[in-house]
Design a protein around this ligand. Structure first.
Ligand SMILES: *Cc1c(COP(=O)(O)O)cnc(C)c1O
Length: 400
């Protein structure tokens, strides 16, 4: 079977909830992936930042294989000898006292929402069923029915109501809008430190700091969704650290497994995560020993290989190089670390056609919304690889 055969089968038998580029990948190693015909591509999406450690990292692979042959699932009805070590690794790396493991990012966001609400009723004494959570326009927190209830993107929600109430949407990047939206029933502010899916939207400097202060002054929890920005992507372990902000809760996922397995977690101190009682929340697979062993190895790689530092260094260089590409179609280049958005002029005809041309030249990137190309390679990328990619990006982005 060749690539077209696989594409045909996928189109016939699979739901069309994605519109992938027509490349059928069969192997990956580090920053590179290979299609069925043996063509090599630089992965500049990293599965939406789930592959910060690169494809098939040998140390994570080894941990996965070792654990997979010993014990994979116990359910949380019983204890296992991997989860405690994962908790410990998370606490040591992030400085939060506790964590709660789930599988997908959306589940971790749902977990955070439940915890915030419980805190509001039990600790803040908000009247029952009245808790409000403030979120930002342009947010992306996942695809569950509750989460799409507060999506500002009509396409993500329009046909999927009725919606979960209890969310207030304010403009992103405007701390005073948050201050104005707070009521006695406000439980939390839930934001991304940089909005990845919205097109790599970076809020004004001082925003996160100001939001942190507003939350503290009003007895409102700050919850950061660092599922995409976290674990080194933006050049720090967490993007919030750029403003010395420590959210009350941080949500992580994606690179928590280095792409081997769905693993997510809510991080918080005991005053919050200690509120959950047995039976109130759970997941059959959440915190399973295979996930825990993979998670430990994935965190170890982030620390050992200084991936945040490399993201800061290579990201700065890549951003500089991208900024020098003649502005034929480019409206703006922006980013932090290795989370970079190249926004094209509306007249450029959409980012998709440039992504298709890049694919032909050996670079895989994906449009986010209509006019932004996200450039987010694995954090292990080195200078020579960036120097290989830049002329290709320059050539494609200056074509008519
Ligand atoms: C990807 C993402 C999610 C959802 O994660 P899933 O694993 O796809 O459920 C939530 N928030 C942000 C910021 C993300 O980038």
């Amino acid at each position: 079977m060749n690539s077209q055969d696989f594409i045909d089968i996928e189109e016939q038998f699979g739901a069309h909830n994605y519109q992938p580029l027509d490349v059928v990948l069969t192997q990956g190693s580090g920053v590179w992936v290979y299609d069925l015909e043996g063509n090599r591509y630089l992965d500049c999406l990293s599965s939406y930042s789930a592959l910060n450690q690169g494809h098939v990292h040998p140390k994570i692979l080894e941990a996965m294989q070792r654990q997979a042959s010993r014990l994979t699932l116990t359910s949380r009805a019983f204890r296992n000898d991997q989860l405690p070590l994962f908790y410990k690794a998370l606490a040591d790396l992030t400085g939060y006292e506790m964590s709660l493991p789930m599988n997908s990012g959306a589940e971790a966001v749902e977990t955070a929402i439940k915890l915030v609400r419980k805190w509001a009723y039990r600790v803040k004494k908000v009247p029952h069923n009245q808790a409000e959570i403030i979120v930002a326009a342009g947010n992306f927190h996942g695809r569950t029915t509750t989460i799409i209830s507060f999506s500002a993107e009509p396409f993500y929600r329009q046909d999927f109501g009725p919606y979960t109430p209890g969310f207030e949407i304010v403009p992103y990047g405007d701390a005073e809008a948050i201050a104005s939206a707070i009521t006695p029933n406000t439980a939390a502010v839930l934001i991304e430190p940089i909005q990845g899916e919205a097109g790599v939207i970076i809020p004004p400097e001082g925003y996160l700091r100001r939001v942190r202060d507003i939350c503290a002054q009003n007895n409102v929890l700050l919850v950061a969704d660092e599922i995409q920005t976290g674990l080194g992507r933006t050049g720090r372990l967490f993007a919030c650290q750029y403003e010395n902000v420590r959210p009350d809760m941080t949500i992580i996922g994606k690179a928590l497994s280095g792409g081997f397995y769905p693993i997510s977690a809510v991080l918080a101190d005991r005053v919050l995560l200690g509120l959950f009682e047995p039976g109130e929340h759970g997941s059959t697979f959440g915190g399973n020993p295979l996930a825990a062993a993979i998670g430990i190895a994935a965190l170890q790689v982030i620390a050992d290989e200084r991936l945040a530092e490399n993201a800061a260094q290579q990201g700065e260089y890549l951003l500089d190089q991208l900024s020098e590409i003649p502005r034929v179609h480019i409206k703006e280049v922006r980013g932090k670390g290795l989370l970079i958005g190249v926004e094209l002029n509306p007249e450029a005809g959409g980012a998709r056609r440039f992504c298709e041309m890049l694919m032909t030249e050996g670079i895989l990137a994906k449009e986010t919304h209509k006019d932004v190309i996200r450039i987010a390679p694995p954090l292990i990328i080195d200078r020579p690889t960036i120097d290989w990619a830049i002329p290709i990006l320059r050539d494609v982005l200056t074509r008519p």
